[in-house]
Design a binder for this molecule. Sequence first.
Ligand code: ADP
Length: 281
Amino acid sequence: MANCTHDCSTCSSNCGSRSKTSLIKAPHKGTKVKRVIAIASGKGGVGKSLVTSLLAVRARAQGLRVGILDADITGPSVPKAFGVTARATGSEDGIYPVETKSGIKLISMNALLEHDDDPVVWRGSLIAGATLQFWTDVIWDELDILFIDMPPGTGDVPLTVFQSIPLSGIVIVTTPQDLVEMIVKKAMGMANMMQIPVLGIAENMSYFTCPDCGKRYELFGKSKADDLARAYHVPTTARIPIDPALSELMSGGRIEEADTDCLASLYAELLRSREISSRQD
Ligand code: ADP
């Protein structure tokens, strides 16, 4: 490319030099993770943190050692969903994540700020750096699965995560009223560029079940998840209903009490993904 600076971290072009340069970073020496799954969405507010939290809750309930890396630095909502207010501690060696009631390890910007409502007013490059430190400087110990709650969109931070952390795969969260096609295309493009498989599409707010008559209503239009999955060869889809109980559990810090059955097949697909040792070389 004519204006190449030879710094791939500032450029998303899929040129010849990129394919020869691995930007994958090693985790902290006290970390041994089998699978890293990123949960991504095209825009905010579609339920990415909800899906991340529910998948982590399901994995933990099945006895796995689970972590959540909250990379949504400027709008971290995972600690609130779990009712975690503790601050992360550190030593010369690194940073120790906090733990939820059921024992899910969690690192989030909120666990490092003095007050939960302190704003993070940083440039993209600083935010990307902080996210990477959650991988390189946090002592995760041994985990079967680490979920990364990505910031929405396809900007600096998602790009850094995709390039630097060895992912087993990604899950894309959408809603039926989203411009799904465009968003999925963008996310697919990014994932393909980095050779990371898209393991599933989670369609949130997919329908509402009337509590009186049990009838299902597709409030935001007909579900597009299965058509999309077929078109883009994505192995699974999950449909999550609009459920006031879910938002109550999230805002009350009790997401560990939620029913996670709607994510059963997606979760099973995650377990079939390859382990990251094969992506670290
Ligand atoms: P994102 O991480 O994509 O910004 P969140 O997971 O934080 O989105 O969800 C945004 C808000 O919508 C939260 O208050 C959450 O409780 C609510 N919400 C998300 N999905 C549902 C759902 N299926 N039913 C009810 N409320 C939901």
